[in-house]
Design a protein. Structure first.
Length: 580
């Protein structure tokens, strides 16, 4: 027992060291976990704990991961992804599976192994992409919304495939079991629906009265479902997923998710470590060429498939390119499906080594591709015209010159727009959120829908006679691009930008900005002025409070909430304070 404790402690220290390096390289930590597994495995240190300790931790990690994925995969979500996301998600998976199967057969893999490989390379990581898009402030942009939409569609497809695979056993044709799986799934669905709508709400409400009880209930629910589904002939993975999806219909899903995330993060490390540790040097060498071929197909073939589909639906080459980059890696589902297939005896262990190498390569490569997409696109945009159709869905720009231009209406921009109105100046608002653009147009405010991080869009806007341009977008790369393009068009215009950090502000000033907004510092200055004016006068603070609440109500009605606040939570306050 003591020896296992020491081994696990050493493993955690190795994971910490490798993860630190991944952080410096700005790579997802999943790569660090797999590399740590390779280091502790038979190829290098060979300090893997004896027995099933790491395997049990691994299964717990998968269960918690899929349980939390299920919590965020409410059936309601599928209604929100939109037609283009639904068609692109299904289309990309179908094309990738078809081409992937053909490539695998050409490389000499068996039919069943080829199907597994084709399916594994067809899914992309929703978790990694959401993190990368969030870092780029792109979740609300058109390509961000479409990308997350079709990645969610992929997740639903992956769940279905997990259901089918988990019902099979070695020697069976897994596709012949699809009908039987459907019937078993239908029976479970019939039982779960009334329970979910009539029993679960009262049950979860009772446990939610105590944070400790809710925590224990969530763990019991997730692991209990996993064990039950395993008993019924499905896999632990499917049970955990279904448990999460069922619980996602309760009001407490986000709270449960946040409470279980640390458990997931700890135990899932074991799964990725085990994947790396199971890699055999000889298998890696043998599978090197297939790994290179599949990696190249995922890094470049998958984006081309998405760009083609986006072009067919008349989206711009920029939107197609940005969406395409989000499918240039494999998913956690890919690794789980391959591990499940090996456990059931459908495929050999060398397929695990192959997909693990492909995962390391594509996740690392696509991370840098997405991080530097704004620099890559201008260099290759002239070659992407083939993916853009005439009469594109994103309307080409036909604008007149406006003396004042506001880029980004939300939050800070709302106050600036009010200032433009008070000055009685003619102004144009540019926003990448289609809902904002639609609302402003309905209010007879001149608004242009578009993404200013797209150099093609910027070059088309008429800004040569503008006198004042204000950007509330804090993204460094976008603002530097804005300064470069606008200064070339109009050297005398006043440019005001927003920044997150002091270092960014200095860089913007050096690049030609006239003023840089640092929102947190401005907030402090505003509060300081209130204190200087009101001092210790309770009546004055009451007047300031009433004025502030009216202003907050206006903003809340326009959707000006903090980006990390959940929509359901915000909606409750909209109802409560609508009359202010």
């Amino acid at each position: 027992m003591q020896e296992i404790f020491v081994q696990i402690s050493i493993i955690i220290l190795i994971v910490l060291a490798v993860s630190f390096i991944m952080r410096i390289l700005r790579q997802p930590l999943i790569i660090g976990y797999i590399i740590s597994g390779i280091l502790i495995g038979p190829i290098f240190l060979d300090i893997l704990p004896e027995g099933n300790t790491l395997k049990i931790f691994s299964e717990m990690g998968i269960s918690f991961l899929l349980f939390i994925v299920g919590l965020h995969l409410s059936p309601k979500v599928i209604k929100e992804v939109g037609k283009i996301a639904l068609i692109t998600g299904i289309g990309q998976v179908l094309f990738t599976v078809s081409i992937g199967y053909f490539i695998a057969r050409l490389l000499g893999f068996t039919s069943i192994a080829s199907w597994y490989l084709a399916i594994a390379i067809s899914f992309s990581s929703t978790i990694i992409i959401m993190k990368l898009l969030s870092d780029k402030d792109a979740l609300e942009k058109l390509y961000g919304k479409i990308s997350i939409g079709f990645l969610l569609v992929q997740d639903f497809i992956a769940i279905t495939i997990l259901l089918i695979i988990s019902s099979s056993s070695a020697g069976e044709n897994i596709f012949n079991t699809a009908v039987f799986t459907f019937l078993k799934g239908l029976l479970i669905f019939v039982i779960l629906v009334p329970f979910t709508y009539y029993v679960l709400p009262k049950l979860s409400m009772f446990f939610a009265k105590s944070q400790e009880l809710l925590f224990i209930f969530a763990i019991s629910w997730g692991l209990g479902f996993a064990a039950l589904f395993n008993y019924l002939g499905f896999s632990l993975e499917v049970g955990a997923l279904i448990a999460g999806i069922v619980l996602s219909l309760t009001p407490y899903s986000f709270e449960i998710s946040s409470k279980l995330r640390p458990l997931r993060d700890f135990f899932i490390i074991s799964f990725f470590i085990l994947l790396g540790a199971q890699m055999v040097f000889q298998e890696v060498i043998t599978m090197m060429w297939p790994a290179i071929i599949f990696s190249l197909f995922i890094l470049f073939g998958n984006p081309l498939i998405v760009m083609t589909l986006m072009g067919i639906f008349k989206y711009t080459k920029y939107t197609g390119f940005m969406c395409g980059l989000t499918v240039a890696q494999i998913s956690e589902f890919s690794l789980i499906i391959i591990a499940l297939g090996a456990r059931l005896g459908h495929i050999d262990s060398n397929i695990i080594s192959l997909i693990t190498v492909v995962g390391l390569t594509t996740i690392a490569g696509s991370t840098y591709m997405i991080m530097f997409s704004d620099k890559i696109y201008p260099k290759i945009s002239r070659f992407l015209g083939i993916f853009e159709r005439e009469n594109i869905k994103e309307k080409k720009i036909k604008t007149e010159n406006y003396p004042y231009v506001l880029i980004g209406e939300n939050r800070i921009g709302f106050s600036i727009m009010n200032a433009f109105n008070k000055l009685n100046k003619k102004f144009l608002v540019i926003d990448y959120n289609p809902d904002v653009a639609k609302r402003l147009s309905s209010e007879n405010i001149a608004c242009l829908y578009g993404d200013v991080s797209n150099i093609d869009f910027l070059e088309e806007i008429r800004l040569d006679k503008s006198k004042l341009i204000v950007s509330t977008i804090p993204d460094r790369e976008t603002n530097l691009l804005l300064l470069d393009v606008i200064r070339r068009k109009n050297s005398s215009v006043i440019i005001i930008l927003a920044a997150r950090q002091i270092s960014d502000a200095f860089e913007f000033y050096e690049a030609g900005a006239d003023y840089v907004i640092l929102p947190h510092f401005l907030g402090g200055e505003y509060v300081a002025r209130i204190i200087e004016g009101a001092k210790e006068s309770k009546p004055l603070y009451k007047k300031v409070r009433q004025k502030h609440m009216k202003e907050l109500n206006k903003r809340l009605m326009r959707g000006h909430e903090h980006p990390h606040i959940e929509k359901d939570h915000s909606f409750k306050f909209k109802k409560k304070y609508r009359g202010l």
